[in-house]
Design a protein around this ligand. Structure first.
Ligand code: ZN
Length: 158
């Protein structure tokens, strides 16, 4: 039982990471995995279009790439000539000339980590709650069965 749930959570995290790599929300994929099933979430993620702007944004923030100031394509940070438009790249160019809204949406990888952690803790709490309810229900069924048994046998008039 526990092994099954751990596998479920593990698959949910795996689908979440897959979604995150496609530029989609880790949290949504994780929650969908937990509530429906990792398979359902995997299909949903696989059918979703990757969000290129999120992936590009991430590679700029991580310093993997920078944006060409002329054609806005992603190029290597060491590049002196853009490989797309063949123009010289000024070396002191500010690379993160992005709209403020998109920077607010994806502030940093640290915030992402906190969000992932919160979602994981939340999912764990839900899992514990469901397990608790299940056990309580089980105990109540047993108790009521035992109660009926003793009532039927040992009920004495006062
Ligand atoms: Zn260019």
């Amino acid at each position: 039982m526990i092994t099954y749930f751990l596998l479920w959570i593990f698959l949910a995290v795996a689908v979440g990471v897959y979604a995150s790599n496609k530029g989609l929300s880790f949290g949504s994929a994780f929650v969908v995995s937990c509530i429906f099933s990792p398979l359902v979430a995997l299909i949903v993620v696989a059918l979703s279009k990757p969000k290129m702007e999120v992936i590009e944004q991430r590679s700029i923030l991580s310093g993997e790439h920078k944006q060409c100031p002329f054609c806005a394509e992603l190029i290597k940070p060491q590049a002196r000539v853009c490989r797309y438009c063949r123009r010289d790249i000024p070396q002191a160019q500010c690379t993160t000339s992005l709209p403020a809204s998109s920077q607010e949406e994806y502030p940093s990888q640290f915030m992402d980590l906190i969000r992932w952690f919160a979602v994981t803790v939340f999912a764990f709490l839900v899992f514990v709650m469901i397990m608790g309810l299940y056990m309580m229900h089980d105990a109540m069924v047993k108790a009521s069965a035992a109660g009926q048994f003793s009532q039927g046998n040992a009920q004495q008039p006062p």
